[in-house]
Design a protein around this ligand. Structure first.
Ligand code: FMN
Length: 205
């Protein structure tokens, strides 16, 4: 079993997926059910996922995602959708706090604060959806690696066309595409690109 450090070190964006290797439903379910342990603001989990698996759906996605071949080659590509309205009162996840003993008036106070202060503009609501869903995206890629599955994140898509093609409403944000499957061992990936480390990015104040 891989430890977390190995998972970090070995995950790569796999440009080439083995077309002949399927990803079984059970493994996909395990990946998602592990990844949802990711944190989200107030535990609101403002996201949903469309798993693109059929030939027809893959072709539709391929056409609105810069014709990136991995969408056709990978057994599944996840459309990661964030909900700009996920902070509103009608999200039942607000009340999950009740299960652990949070009083109703405290929960209602958080709902009001979210509505009136934290997410009271369209930009803030959009950031809410993107921030939270981005955590889930990364968790899915690491969870996949834990189960021996490779991934590739893609932001290269035309959001309006993608939404239209898959019936995603206006108040949702397409945060990312994640292809999942197995690296085509006959291909070679370029070496991992250099990262800026502590020295360069941390300012201690
Ligand atoms: C938000 C995001 C969007 C990306 N979009 C694309 C994309 O559209 N097409 C692509 O080929 N790679 C895409 N990538 C992959 C990056 O190029 C890749 O993660 C980076 O070069 C580092 O390589 P590594 O993941 O193998 O460490 C994306 C990665 C992220 C995190």
């Amino acid at each position: 079993m891989k430890d977390l450090k190995e998972i970090f070190e070995e995950r790569r964006s796999v440009n080439f997926f083995d077309k002949n290797k399927d990803l079984d439903e059970e493994t996909l379910e395990k990946i998602i059910d592990l990844a949802v342990l990711t944190p989200s603001a107030f535990n609101l989990q403002p996201w949903e996922i469309i798993a693109v698996k059929s030939k027809e759906a893959k072709e539709k996605l391929y056409d609105v995602a810069l014709k990136q071949p991995k969408i056709l080659d990978a057994p599944v590509t996840l459309i990661m959708v964030g909900d700009k309205n996920g902070y509103k009162e009608d999200n039942p996840a607000w009340w999950y706090m009740k299960d652990v003993g949070m009083p109703d008036d405290k929960i209602q106070g958080s709902i009001d604060f979210a509505k009136n202060v934290l997410y009271n503009t369209d930009l803030k609501a959009n950031n809410f959806a993107v921030r939270n869903t981005s955590f889930l995206c990364m968790s899915i890629m690491y969870a996949a690696k834990y189960y021996g599955v490779d991934s590739h994140a893609m932001i290269g898509f035309e959001e309006d066309k993608l939404k239209e093609a898959f019936g995603i409403p206006e108040d949702k944000v397409v945060v990312l595409l994640i292809s999942l499957g197995y690296f085509d061992e006959s291909k070679t990936l370029y070496p991992r690109l250099k990262r800026n480390g502590y020295e360069k990015i941390v300012k201690v104040v």
